[in-house]
Design a protein around this ligand. Structure first.
Ligand code: ATP
Ligand code: MG
Length: 328
């Protein structure tokens, strides 16, 4: 278990991945010993160091304007050093569990109802709109990075986490294969398949729009678009490497006219969302709407709004970013 010093006491491992471990901790300095989440990075691991840098940049940029951080995302607001090679980023604890785990629970359907799907989707679109307005794209929208909780009166609350792949929306635009399998749009898949695409930048905001569409598809139907789950299973059983799996995914997207080909006939739960997915899962990124237009086109539930989240530790975060990554 990570030693985080006297202030943050770990109580539960919330998750771990390539970018570090996330612990639920009690903040012993806060009056109510409030629970927080602390993401711990090992700075000796290049991927984790890169993830740390991106989380720090996102945290600073998302707090760059006065006011609160959106309640539908969690970005670090403080840091703690946990031994010579480890840095912990402290975040608000998002209540609930990861959407991915929820969808895998035994004894329940592997998808959400239309009402729940649209509530979670609206919150995620709001979170992305907030990020894009502040010049940041998330680039890793997926069920694993969404924490959901059934709130009062049957409403659902959703929170986007993990800015470990995030990037600025301004030029120079992002290049290279990035993102999570099944959520990656064709212009990014191309970077892993077509050699002449390697130096072709893509617009990160359009990547988020596609991924949010893929998430909605998964919530409503229980699977990712373009048969990604089947491809993933094939790749697993045939011991294919990531590059080969990406190539299969590229073929599936390139050979189908649209996502609808894999959802024929269209179930009744898709009637309302189908036109939304038609726009968001456009193969040509230039034809996808900006996330602000998606937000305007959905009914935002009354639970959306701004949280009175902590934002007064921004200066510390900026110092840490400078010290770690600019030789300051
Ligand atoms: N602030 C938070 N509140 C509650 N749960 C959280 C929070 N941050 C992260 N989690 C949980 O911990 C898990 C891992 O966090 P995160 O995605 O940030 O780590 P990661 O190492 O980047 O993961 P990966 O590399 O697998 O994407 C998430 O899937 C989520 O379930
Ligand atoms: Mg993650």
């Amino acid at each position: 278990m990570a030693d985080m010093g006297p202030r943050y006491v770990p109580t539960k491992l919330l998750g771990s991945g390539v970018h570090g471990q996330v612990w639920q901790c009690t903040d012993e300095k806060s009056g109510s010993r409030a629970p927080v989440a602390v993401k711990v990075f090992d700075t000796r691991v290049p991927k984790q160091l890169r993830g740390l840098e991106r989380e720090l940049v996102a945290s600073v940029e998302l707090r760059s304007r006065p006011g609160a951080v959106n309640r539908h995302l969690v970005a670090p607001h403080a840091c703690v050093f946990t031994g010579s090679a480890h840095v912990g980023l402290v975040q608000r604890l998002a209540p609930g569990q990861s959407l991915d785990r929820l969808l895998l629970l035994k004894g329940r359907p592997k998808r959400l109802g239309v009402r729940e799907s649209m509530a979670v989707f609206a919150h995620m679109v709001e979170a992305l709109d907030f990020c894009h307005n502040r010049g940041m794209a998330h680039l890793d929208m997926k069920a694993e990075n969404v924490v959901v909780v059934a709130a009062a009166h049957g409403a659902w609350e959703a929170c986007l986490c993990d800015f470990g792949l995030s990037t600025a929306t301004a030029p120079p635009l992002r290049m290279g294969l990035v993102g999570s399998f099944g959520y990656i749009p064709p212009e990014v898949l191309a970077h892993g398949v077509l050699p002449n695409f390697a130096a072709m930048p893509y617009a990160p905001t359009a990547v988020d729009v596609w991924a949010a569409g893929a998430l909605l598809h998964k919530m409503l139907l229980g699977c990712l678009p373009y048969g990604a789950d089947e491809i993933m299973r094939t790749a697993l059983y045939s011991h294919l490497d990531r590059r080969a799996a990406i190539s299969l995914m590229w073929d599936a997207v390139a050979s189908a006219e649209s996502w609808r080909k894999h959802v024929d006939p269209l179930p009744s739960c898709m009637q309302g969302a189908a036109s939304l997915l038609d726009c968001m899962l456009q193969k040509d990124p230039r034809n996808r709407p900006p996330i602000a237009d998606v937000l305007a086109s959905i009914v935002v539930t009354t639970t959306c709004g701004l949280a009175d989240d902590v934002s007064d530790d921004g200066a510390d975060m900026e110092q840490l970013r400078d010290a770690l990554f600019r030789g300051g």
